[in-house]
Design a protein around this ligand. Structure first.
Ligand SMILES: *[C@@H]1O[C@H](CO)[C@@H](O)[C@H](O)[C@H]1NC(C)=O
Ligand SMILES: *[C@@H]1O[C@H](CO)[C@@H](O)[C@H](O)[C@H]1NC(C)=O
Ligand SMILES: *[C@@H]1O[C@H](CO)[C@@H](O)[C@H](O)[C@H]1NC(C)=O
Length: 250
């Protein structure tokens, strides 16, 4: 039986490793825009598993540990130097994936909810955001220089089910008081999800290959053991025949 135990033990080892890998903390932005203007308020929330004795959170900004230790990291009146990658970690979770925050200076900023690589089928959310939330009206969202959407009163522009045709260079413009203002352009790409959107998930590929291999080993072992059992029952039956024959011989 022990040859079967080895692959099973390996399998358990691999799956517990993957299990630990799943317990990654997550950084959530509130509001969810990854690009903000100076003086905006942003809260970064860390979602992770805490241990009963340790409810502190480690925050990393551009790779260095910062002194903040609670689950919510509030950036009031953001500054350009608050830009960069944020990661968090709790007692019972691994370090989160980085979330990139960009703090810009200007009157208008075209905001999105993720770094500008989208996949087909995603919803692209664009927001024409003004400095200190000043009132903006007659807002136009433009793609490659052409007007795509107009709002009398400022409003978010959503592109549901994005396709590759939605890739391009976007900006917004509108009136702040009597002034005609424009945002900088933002390049948005919508990738084909079938042609590897980013880095292939090597962890998962290795995992699947390992499972397949172990399954093959198990199957081979199972059949060879069955064959072994069948031949051993045959060996055991033979004496029975002898035994039943013996009285006849006598
Ligand atoms: C940030 O929060 C403070 C305090 O609530 C508020 O006065 C300020 O207007 C907020 N900033 C922006 C850009 O909304
Ligand atoms: C950003 O710069 C300001 C001074 O302009 C400083 O007070 C603040 O600590 C800096 N923040 C970071 C995250 O470096
Ligand atoms: C703002 O200026 C552009 C040209 O720079 C013009 O095409 C557009 O109509 C103006 N917008 C408004 C709301 O007046």
């Amino acid at each position: 039986m022990w040859p079967l135990l080895l692959p099973t033990a390996l399998l358990l080892l691999v799956s517990s490793d993957i299990g630990a890998g799943l317990q990654k903390a997550v950084v959530i932005l509130d509001p969810e825009w990854v690009r903000v203007l100076e003086e905006d308020n942003v809260t970064l929330r860390c979602q992770g598993t805490y241990s009963p004795g340790d409810n502190s959170t480690k925050w990393f900004h551009n790779g260095s540990l910062i002194s903040h230790q609670s689950a919510n990291y509030f950036i009031g009146t953001a500054r350009v130097n608050d830009s960069g990658e944020y990661k968090c970690q709790t007692a019972l979770s691994m370090t989160s994936d980085p979330v990139k925050l960009e703090v810009h200076i200007g009157w208008l900023l075209l905001q999105t909810t993720q770094q500008p690589e989208f996949r087909e089928g995603d919803t692209i959310r664009l927001n024409c955001h003004s400095w200190r939330n000043k009132r903006v009206h007659k807002v136009t969202y433009l793609q490659n220089g052409r007007g795509k959407k107009f709002f009398h009163e400022n409003s978010e522009f959503r592109i549901p089910e994005a396709t590759q045709k939605d890739s391009g260079s976007y900006f917004c413009r509108g009136m702040i008081g009597r002034n005609n203002k424009s945002s900088e352009t933002l390049r948005i790409t919508v990738g084909d999800p079938t042609t590897s959107p980013s880095v292939p998930p090597w962890h998962q590929i290795t995992f699947c290959l390992l499972i397949g291999l172990l399954f093959a080993i198990d199957t081979v072992l199972y059949f060879s053991m069955q064959r072994g059992l069948r031949s051993s029952t045959a060996v055991y039956e033979e004496p029975k025949l002898h035994w039943s024959k013996e009285p006849q011989d006598k």
